[in-house]
Design a protein around this ligand. Structure first.
Ligand code: BEZ
Length: 251
C-alpha cells in the first residue's frame, strides 16, 4: 500500500495526538535508547528525542520515512519491515502507536522486538483492539457485496486482537505483561460529511481494488449513509475506535 504522507499529516493528526498519552505510558528516561516501530511521519519519534532519548524510527512505508526525514532531520529514520528488522545495539524500550494492526506476521514481529531489547527492556504499544472500526468494516463489506464485489468483501486489511489473545502471544514469546487494557475511544473525524470517504481513502483503499472510480464514489456515499446513525452525533462524525494498550517486559 502506498501512503500519502502529506494527507496523513494534515488530516489524520489525531493519530499521533492520541499517541501522546501512549508516550506517557512509555515513561522515557533521558539517555535511554528507544525504537519507534511504525513511526509514520515521525511526530512522536521527535517527541521521544525531545525527552532526551537516543531514538530511532522505522516504518515500512518509504513515503512516510521520506517525510519523517524532511520534517525531523536530526532524528534517525529508516525503512524497515516490522517482522524482519534487527539492530546491532539493543534498546531499552520499543514503542509503537497505531501501527501494529497493519503487521501481517505478528509472530515474527514479536520475535524481532524481543531480540532487539535489552533484558528487562519494555515493549510499550497501542494498536486497534478487537472490534476496532467494526461498524465501518461491516458497512463497507455490506456495500461491496450489494454491488457484487464478493472477493473484495473478503479482504482483511488489519488485525485487531483481543486482550487475552495478544497478551498470551506476548507471554509465549518470553514477555511478562505488566499492564494491558482494551477500551472504547470514539474518535472525532475531521472532514464533516466527507469524513468516512476520506478515512477510507487514507486507510482502506485495498477494499476497492478493481472497482471503477464512479462505482466506488457511489459506494462510499452508501457506506456513509449506513454509518450516519452510528457515527454522526451533534454535528461531528466519530469512528468506533477500540484501543489495545500494553506494557510487556523482556524476561
Ligand atoms: C487505528 O488506529 O485503529 C487504525 C488506523 C488505520 C486503519 C485501521 C485502524
Amino acid at each position: 500500500m502506498k501512503w500519502n504522507a502529506e494527507l496523513y499529516d494534515q488530516k489524520h493528526a489525531f493519530v499521533y495526538q492520541y499517541g501522546e498519552s501512549v508516550l506517557e505510558l512509555l515513561g522515557v528516561q533521558p539517555g535511554e535508547r528507544i525504537l519507534d516501530l511504525g513511526c509514520g511521519t515521525g511526530y512522536l519519534t521527535q517527541q521521544i528525542a525531545d525527552l532526551g532519548a537516543d531514538v530511532a524510527g522505522i516504518d515500512y512505508s518509504p513515503e512516510m520515512i521520506q517525510k519523517a526525514k524532511q520534517s525531523h532531520p536530526e532524528v534517525s529514520f529508516s525503512v524497515a519491515d516490522a517482522s524482519r528488522f534487527s539492530f546491532t545495539e539493543p534498546f531499552d524500550a520499543v514503542f509503537s502507536n497505531a501501527a501494529l494492526h497493519w503487521v501481517k506476521n505478528h509472530d515474527a514481529m514479536i520475535k524481532c522486538v524481543y531480540h532487539s531489547l535489552k533484558p528487562g527492556g519494555r515493549f510499550v504499544a497501542e494498536m486497534g483492539g478487537k472490534g476496532n472500526v467494526q461498524q465501518l468494516i461491516a458497512a463497507t463489506k455490506q456495500v461491496l457485496l450489494k454491488h457484487g464485489y464478493s472477493k473484495q468483501a473478503e479482504t482483511e486489511i488489519w488485525r485487531f486482537p483481543s486482550l487475552g489473545e495478544y497478551t498470551s502471544e506476548l507471554e509465549s514469546h518470553g514477555f511478562r505483561v505488566t499492564f494491558a487494557v482494551h477500551f472504547d475511544r470514539p474518535t472525532a473525524l475531521q472532514d464533516g460529511e466527507q469524513s468516512v470517504t476520506k478515512w477510507i481513502a487514507m486507510f482502506g483503499e485495498q477494499y476497492f481494488e478493481g472497482v471503477p472510480s464512479d462505482t466506488k464514489q457511489q459506494m462510499l456515499k452508501e457506506i456513509t449513509e449506513i454509518l450516519r446513525p452510528l457515527y454522526y452525533k451533534k454535528g461531528i462524525w466519530y469512528s468506533d475506535y477500540k484501543r489495545l494498550r500494553f506494557i510487556a517486559v523482556k524476561q
